[in-house]
Ligand binder design. Structure first.
Ligand code: SF4
Length: 319
């Protein structure tokens, strides 16, 4: 449905580093298919949100191709943008910031319905959308303001607004991380329903590999701009090949794990950005990797494919 091929994003630096460039995303590829959830897992500063903006045409890639339903699209072409905005919808982390606090739910949902020319009784369509995201009975929510709703209800309104455009693809950028733990699972189940029953394709962006394991069909792990491992969710989480994926799993709570291993510290990749270009000359994880070898800082590791579409980029697996 939506395909990203070798997407790279380079940005100019300012201030004392004026004239230098920072690589936010390096040759990232992924494919979103109807009815499936693909997770993109990584620390803050790893390039996840930049890739989400590029996939929604909110930003231009420096290199690479985006295809929607097999057709190449560009944010520079007005016709492409209009079609893309209807088909690919972004759900942001903070529902309170993403929706206008001054308007009632009725108004917020009527705008995309009007903009995308959805036919039929507008009020009835809004009620259907509210009930599709489990806000029932829908009539009760029509005249509510944000301050009258809980965080979980407000995120459901944000999801209903995304559905109002009639999309084929949802991109959730940390869509449950600001919600109470008790309602995260309900919202993830709602996304799973939308994919399974309505055939939507979804990219679930998160720093929490445990939630990706239970929710996604496929997991891609990104570290310091570069995707380092990917494959079926069960395969990646049960048999992680890349040392960074192993670290992420060891650092995440898992009731199914037989014995508690020592959690390793997660470092915020954004703080390491000054060395990004140097890191990408080899393996970006080399400074933290317990298995690092001289070759790891000299050349980027090649991609090795295992069984069932599982792959990794690490010199340990080079044949
Ligand atoms: Fe570690 Fe080298 Fe593999 Fe990178 S390529 S994860 S530094 S062993």
């Amino acid at each position: 449905m939506l395909e990203a091929v070798d997407i790279t994003k380079r940005m100019p630096l300012h201030g004392r580093r004026h004239g230098q460039w920072f690589t936010a995303v390096d040759s990232a590829s992924l494919t979103l298919e109807a009815g499936k959830v693909v997770a993109l897992v990584g620390e803050s500063g790893s390039g996840k949100s930049t890739l989400a903006r590029i996939l929604t045409l909110g930003d231009e890639p420096s290199a690479g191709t985006i295809r929607l339903a097999g057709r190449e699209v560009s944010g520079r072409r007005r016709a492409d943008r209009q079609a893309h905005f209807g088909q690919v919808q972004l759900i942001m982390q903070d529902p309170f910031a993403s929706l206008n606090q001054l308007h009632k739910v009725r108004y917020i949902l009527s705008r995309p319905l009007r903009n995308f020319g959805v036919a039929g009784d507008l009020r009835q369509r809004i009620i259907e959308l509210l009930e599709r995201v489990n806000l029932t009975p829908g009539e009760q929510y029509l005249d509510k303001y944000p301050h009258e709703l809980s965080g979980g209800q407000w995120q459901r309104v944000a999801i209903a607004r995304a559905l109002a455009a009639g999309p084929a693809v949802l991109i959730g950028d940390e869509p449950v991380s600001m919600l109470d733990v008790s309602i995260r699972l309900d919202v993830l189940r709602l996304f799973a329903d939308l994919c399974a029953q309505d055939g939507l394709a979804m990219l679930y962006i998160t720093h929490d590999i445990a939630s990706a394991r239970y929710f996604a069909d496929e997991i891609n792990v990104i570290y310091a701009a570069r995707m380092v491992e990917g494959g079926p969710a069960e395969e990646v989480t049960q048999r992680p090949r890349h040392p960074y994926t192993q670290l992420l799993l060891e650092s995440s709570p898992d009731p199914d794990r037989d014995s508690e291993r020592t959690a390793l510290p997660i470092v915020d990749a954004a703080n390491e950005s000054v060395d990004r270009e140097q890191e990408l000359a080899g393996c970006p994880f080399a400074a933290r990797c317990p298995h690092a070898m001289p070759v790891c800082t000299e050349k980027p590791p090649p991609r090795t494919t295992f069984t069932d579409g599982h792959w990794s980029r690490c010199w340990l697996h080079e044949e």
